[in-house]
Design a protein around this ligand. Structure first.
Ligand code: GLU
Length: 302
């Protein structure tokens, strides 16, 4: 069996809720079912959103559910030098450029072009600073998407099946470092997954729309493309995704919460104790998901 390294990468904007437990459990099960390594990375780059103490609380919640990482957790706030190194490599290759546009300026240009985003959608960057700043002050750094970003980028999700996105139409040159100095999630996650040798990303379905951006960045940085599995989301009574900033409750750690999360994953297993429940779940996951594992893709020549 090929080496397997998986990870759970929560943002410490609050404690884990029932939805994030599903993603944590799925990534742990997939790693255990492959006799692989399971890592936890605390994604605390965005100091405007993190809640003091939430990272430690999340690690405790995981431990209380029997989900123990195989290595000391990595904290993204300690990884700035690695993100800068990757950004510098992109700048040298003319694959990143400084951007002076504020959000309202971007929306003004899009309005003139009749391309304002639909409600809940992010604006597609119109490329204003691609050819230079025109004397304006740089605020953020953006990736310069290559020409093939006008074609669909395809990948096969192990749960959701065939997926594709046309990055230049649906996203545009996305941000790598924000105007407030915060490293963008897309860059940090790609750099860290590669640095930690991650082979398999298992996470919630809400992040599937980031996958094409991450594969594109992996290619630009000459890094391997990973395997992806996006798990179903847990919805609240109104049919909305459970979300920390909408005030979703922390789950009560223990067997019952794990059992409920397993149900969302379609695993109908019963046991009296948490260790037995987890052992049975690994067995059930092996039966249901293991055969679908495709080969990881080697990096394309730069
Ligand atoms: N930190 C991200 C979040 O909590 C997840 C990152 C990932 O799994 O790629 O939403």
């Amino acid at each position: 069996m090929p080496p397997y390294i998986g990870r759970f990468a929560p943002s410490p904007t609050g404690p884990l809720h029932a939805g994030s437990l599903v993603a944590a459990l799925a990534s742990w099960l997939d790693a255990r079912a492959h006799d692989g390594i399971w890592l936890v990375r605390i994604e605390d780059v965005d100091f405007t959103r993190i809640q003091p103490g939430a990272g430690q609380r999340i690690l405790q919640q995981l431990a209380d559910c029997g989900l123990l990482p195989d290595q000391v957790p990595v904290w993204q706030s300690q990884r700035g030098a690695a993100y800068q190194y990757a950004l510098d490599a992109l700048i040298r290759a003319d694959l990143a450029y400084p951007c002076a546009c504020s959000r309202s300026e971007i929306l003004t240009v899009l309005a003139q072009q009749g391309r304002l985003p639909a409600r809940g959608q992010e604006p597609v960057y119109p490329g204003t600073c691609r050819a230079g700043l025109n004397g304006r002050a740089a605020r953020a750094w953006r990736v310069r998407l290559p020409e093939d970003a006008g074609q669909p980028l395809h990948w096969c999700d192990r749960w959701m099946g065939a997926q594709s996105q046309v990055l230049s139409q649906e996203v545009g040159d996305f941000v790598l470092k924000r105007a407030d100095g915060v490293w963008a999630y897309q860059l940090a996650v790609v750099v860290d997954d590669a640095a930690q040798g991650v082979t398999d990303v298992v996470r919630g379905e809400d992040l599937s729309s980031s996958t094409a951006r991450q594969i594109a960045l992996q290619r630009l940085l000459g890094l391997p493309t990973l395997r992806y599995l996006h798990t179903p989301l847990v919805l609240d009574a109104q049919g909305e995704k459970l979300s920390k900033h909408l005030g979703a409750q922390a789950f009560v750690a223990g067997r019952q919460s794990v059992q409920a999360a397993l149900c969302v994953l379609g695993l109908d297993v019963q046991a009296d104790t948490l260790p037995e429940l987890l052992a049975q779940a690994v067995h059930a996951w092996r039966g249901s998901r293991l055969r679908a594992l495709p080969a990881a893709q080697a990096p394309r020549p730069a």
